[in-house]
Design a protein. Structure first.
Length: 116
């Protein structure tokens, strides 16, 4: 192989690596998820987490969290950095897009006032 084809191959490889890195960074930094998808997926969450925004059952509220915080917590369950077998299982089944969608949905909800 002469120097010119090697340089062309190296340049192509460099471009491919750079494009993969940019694509990966964009996938991680994607702001906002699909709120409608999040609403569709939220049924499983609502089985335990109160949709009122209260946490009087000992299970924390997930209403009105900042998207970044919600996704970070879900990823930490998926990576088993947080200890809760139920949440580890649920988070382990979710893609990054689904986590972002749930974050967009729950983040858009406001806590309901406590009934008197």
């Amino acid at each position: 192989m002469t120097a010119l084809p090697r340089r062309a191959a190296l340049a192509s490889l460099t471009v491919a690596i750079a494009m993969a890195a940019v694509t990966g960074a964009l996938a991680q930094a994607r702001p906002g998820g699909d709120r409608a998808l999040g609403e569709y997926l939220a049924g499983e969450c609502a089985g335990c987490h109160q949709m009122s925004g209260r946490s009087d059952t000992g299970i924390p509220s997930i209403i009105a969290w900042p998207d970044e915080q919600f996704v970070a917590v879900m990823r930490s369950y998926r990576l088993r950095e947080r200890d809760n077998p139920i949440m580890q299982t649920i988070a382990g089944r979710l893609s990054d897009d689904e986590m972002a969608a749930l974050a967009a949905y729950f983040g858009s909800l406001a806590p309901r006032p406590a009934s008197q």
